[in-house]
Design a protein. Structure first.
Length: 279
């Protein structure tokens, strides 16, 4: 583990992404026990103040401290994206591995079902779910998670299909191991690198999707802040309070950039052949 970290931190993309991600996660974790101001407190007398010593990133149209809202918003965005990725991995990987192991009509049917799910983006899925159950963070998690399932199913199926003809898999089959046991003991461990990298990418996309859903009112609901909701509230105040839009916009950009750099660095570290090709 120590050797891996030393090698990974020597990769500039990984090191940069790791630092950015750690900062965002630290801010989100810190918001559970401390924020400069309570995000539910309204102070109309202090509304629309620019960044200052008392309010580091300014205040919004209700007088709420924007830095505190960014901290709590990070917590909500990370929670939604993380659970959505867990849903995608938890359902998509077993489905993809099962399709690759069984083949035939089962493989074809599962992949066509994936195509149907993949045809509905997270936003459209959220609209349909919200029409039945109402808006909220839970429904956003379900919508983004459902969108992630076919992504991981396709990835795991492709990786598994490339592994099944390998000699060590044929040796395991000759030893009498079942397909299920081979999948658990040999297939999944050998595709773990791909799954880790894809998870970081899906996590970054989940941050964007959560912000988009919150922007249109389908994600995290007041009084809890969300980066997307903050952008929605700031769109009519750009001329006289640009910090209201710039701050949450930068938070989204920096977080997604950090996660993408982390994923790119992980891909290089876990597959040295890519680094050699670039060199």
């Amino acid at each position: 583990m120590i050797n891996f970290l030393q090698t990974a931190l020597g990769n500039r993309s990984f090191a940069t992404g790791f630092i950015i991600t750690c900062i965002v996660v630290f801010m989100a974790a810190l918001s559970f026990i401390w924020t400069p101001y309570d995000v539910t407190d309204l102070d109309i007398a202090a509304k629309l103040k620019p960044p200052s010593a008392s309010h580091w990133l300014g205040t919004d149209h209700f007088g709420r401290d924007i830095f505190s809202m960014i901290m709590v918003g990070a917590r909500n965005s990370i929670a939604v994206a993380l659970v959505a990725v867990v849903i995608g991995v938890g359902f998509g990987v077993p489905l993809g591995c099962w399709a690759a192991a069984r083949g035939g009509l089962i493989d074809e049917g599962l992949m066509r079902g994936n195509d149907v799910i993949f045809a509905f983006p997270a936003l459209l899925s959220a609209v349909m779910i919200t029409a039945v159950f109402g808006p909220g963070a839970i429904n956003a998690i379900i919508a983004i998670g459902i969108f992630n399932i076919p992504v991981f199913a396709r990835l795991s199926r492709g990786a598994a299909l490339s592994l099944w003809p390998r000699d060590f898999i044929l040796a395991a089959r000759a030893a009498g191991k079942s397909k299920a046991r081979i999948t658990v003991e040999h297939i999944v461990p050998n595709m773990a690198n791909l799954l880790i990298v894809q998870s970081t990418i899906a996590f970054a996309l989940g941050i964007i999707q959560e912000a988009g859903l919150a922007y249109v009112g389908l994600g995290t609901q007041p009084p809890l802040p969300s980066w997307g909701k903050m952008l929605n509230e700031a769109q009519t105040m750009m001329s006289f309070a640009p910090h209201m839009a710039i701050v949450p916009g930068l938070a989204i950009v920096i977080t997604v950039l950090g996660l993408n750099l982390l994923g790119d660095g992980l891909r290089d570290v876990l597959d040295p052949r890519l680094t050699r090709k670039r060199d």
